[in-house]
Structure formats: structure tokens, C-alpha cells
Design a protein around this ligand. Structure first.
Ligand code: SF4
Length: 389
């Protein structure tokens, strides 16, 4: 008999079963549970045989129903028990904004009334959904609009998984979702207790069945959680690098003051890569800030010492930003010179910027915003535009 990945996993540690997440009325959030957690809940809380967990899992993730009455192979009495004890959806779709290039920004309301965003990016060979892990973000990366919201809340596992299930229900027939990236609002590793189980749910073979190579979690560099992720999740790791010196990274990504480049790169050197696995370094290119020849030399040195690929990201400006994008010929030169050193390097195509759905453009900052970081003296000249409050 084929075992489910959660049960068959040998090289990755199985995390503890977590407490059941519930709504305000005490109903269990089914989309929050990994398969072993659902099995335990079915037995202990619902008082049903374990095989019911498999039936439920299929209704949730293969047929993707939103109503217990559609679960036709369950008896009326089991469905009634489920209605009392559990809920499926925890997000309500608010709006869909479609860009000229076909990118769709979906906005959802959580049970607590917060607005979060996911972005569906169709390309010729794949359809990628970029999902959020928090409401806002505490990391205060200086080039990112979400940072200006500050952190307003953590998403539950169900709210993370519901973005995927909800989008699949809407678009699966025309655009089969193939890739998931945790690159929407929030720092995923600031919410690891919900993000790591969500990756296990997405990858489960008997359910949503995303390839573990096509689910990617991106971090700004929280070192202890990188280590935990390496031990507990089979999804891919991406790191927003964006600078090659502590001086610049301390400025544009304040998390570097806690985990500097030495510690971050050390964690990536000892990361438990599987065969053919590599970390993706994301590098948002900021004119006059991180795109010098010296940066390029240091980036080559970093990338040569770690199994990785480098994704160069043209900066997407947003209102109030003090940064400017590196001109495209220079971005292409970076790629070519990296490739010349046998480093796998790509340029991310900007998508959805007319609907503020591009990378770093998600969220709506309010009047109260986190403090802006002062650039180091040597970079004051590079910051051309006036900062806005
Ligand atoms: S880039 Fe990511 S980690 Fe940094 S502030 Fe924005 S959402 Fe947070």
C-alpha cells in the first residue's frame, strides 16, 4: 500500500501534531490541518473511523468543495456532525484585478476582517500563485510597499491554504496552477508554525499534490527558521539577498542587523540540500545601491560558494519610494557576467505592475508607518527622490 508523504517521510523530521485551530464559534478549521492532524481530529473529536479522514481530504483538496452537503459519500449524520464541528472556507473573495498582461491580483477578507492579497501569474509554461503569509510585515525592507503597513497579524494555516484552494476553484479549468510561491505579503518565516504545515498540505500526494520542487518559500533571512525549514519541509527555499555587504543590507533589509551576511550564508552552506536542490537568491536591483561592479564581484563569490541560482529582479517602483530601478541594460549585464562565471542567473519578468500586483507592490500602508532607515553616508547620493512620510 502506498503511504502518504507525511507518513513516508524519512529524511525530514515529522513535526509535532499541533492543537486544532478553531474559529470564534469553536469550529475546527479543516484547511489548517495536515493529514495526520486531520486523522487525529476525525478520531478524537468527531468520533469517526480514521478512513473518514481520507474521504474528507479528497473532498477538500481534489474535488475542492466548499459545502459539506456536497460530500455525497458521507452519510447525512456524518455531514451533520461536520457542519456542527468544523468549517471549510475561512476567506471571502473580495475582488479580482486583472492586468493588461493577464496577471490577476485577488483580494480576500479573513474571518477577522483583514484584507490580504494573492497574485496569479500566468506564463506560457506555468501558472504561478504568489500567496501571503501575514497581514502586512514586520521586516521593514526599505524597497517594499508591504513593509510600510507594519505587521498587522499572522495568517492561520487555513488562511494560507485557502488562497490556493480558492484560486483553484476559480481558475483551474482555464489555468492549471502549477507553482506556488510564498512571496506575497509577509515574511513566511516570521509565521513558521503556520507556513511549514501549509507547505506539507500543498505537497501531499493524495490532495493538492503540488510538486515539492514547485512550492517555494522566500525569506528575508531569519536564520533559525531557515534551519527549521530545512528539517521539517520538503518545499524549496528562496532567500531575498539584495545586497552583498552588511553596510547596504543593514540599511535596506534591517533583519541583517540581527542575522548578518556571515550568519545567513553560513546557514545556507550547511542547509540540508537534497539531490539537485539549490537555494534561489533573489536580488532586487536598485540603481546606485547594489548594482556596482564590486557588488557583482561579491555576488559571484557568494553564489560560487553555495548551491544556488540567482534571480535578478527589476525594481518595481511604488508611490513614495526613494529607490529607482537599475536600467535594464545593466540588469542584463549582471546576468551575463554571472552566467559567464557558470552561475545560473535569470531576470524576473515584471508582471502585473499596472494593477500594483508586481513584486514588492502588495498591500495598502496606512498613515502610521514604520520608521525609515537612514542610508549610510556613502549612499546618501544614491537616494534621489524625497522620502514621503
Ligand atoms: S520584502 Fe518581504 S520580508 Fe521584506 S518587508 Fe516586504 S514582505 Fe516583508
Amino acid at each position: 500500500m502506498r503511504r502518504a508523504p507525511d507518513e513516508a517521510m524519512t529524511e525530514k523530521r515529522l513535526p509535532e501534531l499541533r492543537d486544532v485551530q478553531r474559529d470564534d464559534e469553536g469550529r475546527a478549521l479543516l484547511l489548517s490541518m495536515t493529514f495526520p492532524e486531520l486523522k487525529r481530529w476525525v478520531q478524537d473529536d468527531l468520533g469517526e473511523k480514521p478512513f473518514r479522514a481520507k474521504q474528507l481530504w479528497k473532498w477538500l483538496y481534489i474535488r475542492m468543495v466548499s459545502d459539506f452537503d456536497e460530500m455525497t459519500d458521507l452519510s447525512k449524520s456524518v455531514r451533520a456532525k461536520l457542519k456542527d464541528a468544523a468549517r471549510i472556507d475561512v476567506l471571502t473573495l473580495e475582488d479580482v484585478y486583472t492586468s493588461a498582461d493577464g496577471t490577476r491580483k485577488l483580494t480576500w477578507t479573513t474571518l477577522a476582517g483583514a484584507t490580504i492579497e494573492s497574485v496569479l501569474i500566468p506564463t506560457e509554461d506555468r501558472n504561478t500563485l504568489c500567496i501571503s503569509s501575514q497581514v502586512g510585515c514586520a521586516m521593514n525592507c526599505q524597497f517594499c510597499l508591504t513593509a510600510r503597513m507594519g505587521l498587522r497579524g499572522q495568517l492561520t494555516t487555513a488562511e494560507i491554504v485557502n488562497q490556493v484552494v480558492g484560486t483553484r476553484r476559480l481558475y483551474e479549468e482555464e489555468q492549471h496552477l502549477s507553482n506556488i510561491v510564498f512571496m506575497g505579503m509577509g515574511e513566511p518565516f516570521h509565521n513558521p508554525d503556520n507556513v511549514i504545515p501549509a507547505t506539507r498540505i500543498l505537497i501531499h500526494r493524495d490532495g493538492l499534490n503540488f510538486s515539492k520542487r514547485k512550492v517555494t518559500v522566500s525569506t528575508s533571512g531569519l536564520v533559525p527558521e531557515i534551519e527549521r525549514f530545512g528539517a521539517e519541509s520538503e518545499a524549496q527555499l528562496a532567500v531575498s539577498l539584495n545586497a552583498t555587504t552588511d553596510e547596504v543590507r543593514d540599511w535596506i533589509m534591517p533583519i541583517n542587523r540581527r542575522y548578518n551576511l556571515d550568519r545567513l550564508l553560513g546557514a545556507l552552506r550547511s542547509y540540508p540540500y537534497r539531490k539537485h536542490e539549490r537555494v534561489t537568491f533573489e536580488y532586487v536591483m536598485l540603481d546606485g545601491v547594489n548594482d556596482s561592479d564590486d557588488d557583482l564581484c561579491r555576488l559571484v563569490r557568494i553564489a560560487s560558494s553555495i548551491p544556488c541560482k540567482v534571480n535578478l529582479i527589476p525594481f518595481n517602483p511604488h508611490p513614495g519610494t526613494e529607490f529607482r530601478p537599475t536600467p535594464m541594460p545593466r540588469v542584463r549585464e549582471f546576468r551575463e557576467r554571472l552566467q559567464g562565471k557558470h552561475i545560473h542567473a535569470t531576470i524576473r519578468v515584471t508582471r502585473g505592475d499596472d494593477e500594483m500586483a508586481a513584486c514588492g507592490q502588495l498591500g495598502k500602508p496606512g498613515p502610521k508607518q514604520p520608521k525609515r532607515m537612514r542610508p549610510p553616508e556613502s549612499f546618501v547620493e544614491a537616494v534621489r527622490a524625497e522620502d514621503t512620510p
